[in-house]
Design a protein around this ligand. Structure first.
Ligand SMILES: Cc1ncc(C[n+]2csc(CCOP(=O)(O)OP(=O)(O)O)c2C)c(N)n1
Length: 280
């Protein structure tokens, strides 16, 4: 169990990440608000509570690795890496500009980014390769891979899922951001993949489904997944796309939508209100 002090800090961190996401998007330009905001709690727990990762450890082979297979949600990872001190805050203001460090999808030129992702379906294969290499090397590093629910229609990830089970990989924890909306509408309407939990179990994985914005549940699930031996683990996060922003919650319009001045002002107002209640 996380104690109340740490819980409060992680809740505040999740909200801080959300604020950075909105500021990076700004007014009048498109940005991936929905799928970034749905990951704020997960990344707060991973980077600021769970992972063996820091700026000082960027070249330490034993650092834990986080791959955002749904690379379009890079803004939330950039916010977290900036907070970890991997690059100056100034870079957040230059995001997605031609001379900026931070482009629309994660790239290895960015300190703290461990793989080039964004072409959906590839992150699990990359993570599996890392996990196998760490096992061969006796390296205690753990690999975390974050996928989307829309992304589940990509064939390559099922190949990696089978391979991970076949090779009894247990230093790999994958997540599905089960926010039920993808780029152009509800996932169930665009490409329905029912019973995700049963499917992954049938592929040989240990699977648990949790409330995906509940920091205590996320931390507990990650701990439990780590105890599983002889097979890979999946945590399905029951989340809300655009979480924290009333106008964007559950909406495909803010998958990669433009924030006008009114929406930006409302986002800031809701962040301030959440700050006053401790991000609950
Ligand atoms: C191979 C590939 N096909 C299509 C896209 C375009 N694309 C970007 S995001 C997205 C939807 C992803 O939905 P989901 O995985 O549910 O992400 P989330 O809703 O969590 O942001 C699509 C189809 C892509 N990035 N890669």
């Amino acid at each position: 169990m996380i104690d109340d002090t740490v819980l409060g800090e992680l809740r505040a961190m999740a909200q801080k990440l959300r604020r950075d996401i909105v500021e990076m998007i700004g007014v009048g330009t498109a940005g991936h608000l929905g799928g970034s905001a749905s990951l704020a709690e997960l990344l707060a727990v991973l980077y600021f509570h769970k992972m063996n990762f820091s700026r000082e450890k960027l070249s330490d082979p034993r650092r834990d690795r986080l791959l955002l297979s749904k690379g379009h949600a890079a803004l939330v990872q950039y916010a977290a890496l900036c907070e970890k001190g991997c690059f100056p805050r100034e870079e957040l203001r230059r995001v997605k500009t031609i001379d900026g460090l931070l482009q629309g999808h994660p790239d290895l030129s960015i300190p703290g980014i461990e793989g080039v992702t964004g072409s959906l379906g590839q992150g699990l294969s990359i993570g599996l390769g890392m996990a196998l290499a760490f096992r061969l090397d006796g390296n205690p590093a753990r690999v975390y891979v974050v996928m989307g629910d829309g992304e589940q229609s990509e064939g390559q990830l099922w190949e990696a899922a089978m391979a991970a089970a076949n090779f009894n990989v247990d230093n790999l924890t994958a997540f599905i951001d089960w926010n039920k909306v993808q780029a152009t509408g509800p996932t169930a309407e665009i490409f329905s993949i029912p019973n995700l939990d049963a499917k992954w179990r049938a592929f040989g994985w240990d699977v648990r489904t949790i409330p995906g914005h509940d920091i205590q549940a996320i931390a507990g699930a990650i701990d439990e997944a780590e105890k599983v031996k002889g097979k890979p683990s999946l945590v399905i996060l029951d989340t809300v796309k655009g979480k924290g922003f009333s106008f964007a919650e559950g909406s495909a319009a803010y998958h990669n939508g433009i924030l006008d001045e009114a929406a930006y002002a409302m986002a800031m107002k809701e962040l301030d209100a959440a700050f006053e209640t401790g991000g609950r």
